[in-house]
Design a protein around this ligand. Structure first.
Ligand code: NAI
Length: 282
């Protein structure tokens, strides 16, 4: 089965990027949002990203108009085109909410359609179990989606080879670099990234160095484009903490314990850029 009709569930930070890329590479694309306000916000964000691409010369104005004209937003999976080949889910990182959406999708999508999730860290196998496990897979894009090349493709316990190869091929058609990963907590990206960020927070808490010094060491010493504390502010400290908790619970290994300073900052609602303050002020 080739993919021609894509549904993106959730048009937030990740969903609007995924929808843009899907439409840009010629897939008929529909966004499912919760209400008109979030649907309109998704379209405005897509239009803004496209305008930046037109300014850079990577997309022509005609192409931009074509993409905007072709994008459809609906407010219930029931209104998806019956020909939808894949639903890529990018709603909040909340297991119960995701399971609700999969059960709605499972009822209304054709039997051969694939359900993919952009989850950062929830087990693909656990998310898959009540729907169509052979046709369920992780498709983990990076933020910002139009810019970042990597897509981790995570095979749940029962994901079929056929599903894997269709989704792998889809990522290639979107000019991404797909990497095959097995379903273990944090996959590869967050299993390696989050403990590094967590360790940077420990170093800060213990007074080994100040925040600027920690970020400078990693930027200039390791050639990272951003220091770990600035990156944590960008990702959101709540998201970092949630992923550390998934690693800690999943491996039952103390090396993944979240740093108490990270926990305290999340309790104080100092979540980074989105609340105006994290390790830095915005
Ligand atoms: P977000 O909060 O920006 O967007 C979520 C969107 O889903 C919102 O627009 C919301 O209205 C919509 N939504 C919620 N429930 C819905 C429902 N039942 N039906 C339709 N739409 C619904 O979240 P974000 O950051 O885009 O994250 C989405 C997923 O991607 C999460 O699983 C997250 O862990 C993952 N992710 C996030 C990354 C990031 O840097 N933000 C990076 C990689 C993965």
């Amino acid at each position: 089965m080739g993919i021609s009709q894509v549904a993106v569930i959730g048009g937030g930070t990740m969903g609007n990027g995924i929808a843009l890329v899907s439409a840009l590479y010629g897939f008929r694309t529909t966004i499912v949002e919760q209400n008109e306000q979030s649907g309109e916000r998704a379209l405005v964000n897509i239009e803004n990203s496209l305008e930046r691409m037109v300014k850079k010369g990577t997309v022509s104005s005609e192409q931009m108009q074509q993409i905007l004209d072709g994008l459809v937003v609906v407010y219930n999976p029931l209104f998806l085109d019956p020909d939808t080949d894949i639903a890529i889910e990018a709603i909040y990182e909340n297991k119960a909410a995701k399971l609700d959406i999969y059960s709605a999708l499972h009822k209304c999508l054709k039997p051969e359609a694939i359900i993919a999730t952009n989850t950062s860290a929830i087990s693909i196998t656990e998310l898959a179990v009540h729907t169509r496990p052979e046709k369920f897979i992780g498709m983990h894009f990076m933020n910002p989606v139009p810019v970042m090349k990597l897509v981790e493709i995570i095979r749940g316990y029962s994901t079929s080879d056929d599903t894997f190869s269709i989704v792998h091929d889809l990522a290639l058609k979107m000019e991404k670099t797909p990497v095959e990963v097995q379903d273990y907590p944090g996959f590869i990206s967050n299993r390696i990234l989050m403990p590094m960020i967590n360790e940077a927070v420990f170093a800060l808490m213990e007074g080994v160095a100040n925040k600027e010094a920690i970020d400078t060491v990693m930027k200039l010493g390791m050639n990272h484009p951003m220091g770990p504390l600035a990156l944590a502010d960008f990702i959101g400290l709540d998201v970092c903490l949630a992923i550390m908790n998934v690693l800690y619970e999943g491996y039952k290994d103390s090396k993944y314990r979240p740093c108490p300073l990270l926990v305290k900052m999340v309790s104080a609602n100092k979540l980074g850029r989105k609340t105006g303050e994290g390790f830095y002020q915005y």
